[in-house]
Design a binder for this molecule. Structure first.
Ligand code: PGA
Length: 232
């Protein structure tokens, strides 16, 4: 199981460091894959122990005249080699379109980054039935090299993000099974994953891991979630 924590605009540089220390302590002696942690840009720093730090976002440029953004140069300072691309909050709130997302994907692919690439549908698409749902999800792969060796995909239905209401196990299974038929990539589920539902979600065969927002914010809670997900 892969576990990834998305801090969004929570936490600071200092609290992120304390968090990593705590999480490593809570997970001591537990065998697991690296835990990906995506703190805000100002909290970027080198991960340690089981934690690999990644960027929630960066502009597809080494450095240059792009006010308010960070590029490869700033990520290199902390040896950051992992990035989240295509998160629904960036697609909707920050108006990133598929063309720009694909450009970003290709830039960081060229630099060998591990990319957690997010897809997910709004409620009105989900309500139109499975065919429309998959059509929508597949359109989010336009310009994306699904054979990229460092690709992890995260399926995050928008209506389940931050709402406390996760997709049902049957719904997750149906979408993950459908995606797995098309693409042979590690597939995470995201959207209100929490201590209470991690066992059911991690038991789904086509779920290779989870991308967690709210329930990752406290190290102790996230460690509990990880342990339950691993069944230890
Ligand atoms: P959530 O966020 O766990 O708070 O629903 C998940 C995400 O946006 O990655």
């Amino acid at each position: 199981m892969i576990f990834a924590a998305n801090f969004k605009t929570y936490h600071t540089r200092y609290s992120t460091k304390v968090y990593m220390e705590e999480l490593n302590n809570y997970l001591e002696g537990i065998r697991c894959e690296p835990i990906y942690l995506f703190p805000p840009a100002t909290a970027l720093q080198e991960g340690f122990g089981k934690v690999v730090v990644g960027a929630q976002n960066a502009y597809p440029i080494e450095n240059g005249a792009v006010t308010g953004e960070i590029g490869l140069m700033q990520l290199n300072e902390f040896n950051i080699k992992t990035i989240l691309i295509g998160h629904s909050e960036r697609r909707t709130l920050l108006k990133e379109n598929q063309e720009f997302i694909a450009k970003k994907f290709n830039f960081f692919k060229e630099h060998g980054f591990k990319i957690i690439y997010c897809i997910g549908e709004p409620l009105e698409v989900r309500e139109q039935g499975l065919e429309k749902l998959f059509e929508y999800l597949f359109s989010q792969f336009e310009g994306i090299d699904v054979c990229y060796e460092n690709l992890i995909v995260a399926y995050e239905p928008i209506w389940a993000i931050g709402t406390g209401v996760s997709a049902k196990v049957e719904d997750i299974k149906q979408v993950h099974d459908g995606l797995k038929k098309e693409f042979n990539v590690p597939l995470l589920y995201g959207g209100s994953v929490k201590v209470e539902n991690i066992e059911a979600i991690s038991a789904i065969d086509s779920v290779d891991g989870v991308l967690v927002g709210s329930a990752s914010l406290e190290a102790k809670n996230f460690a509990t979630l990880i342990k339950k997900g691993l069944g230890v």
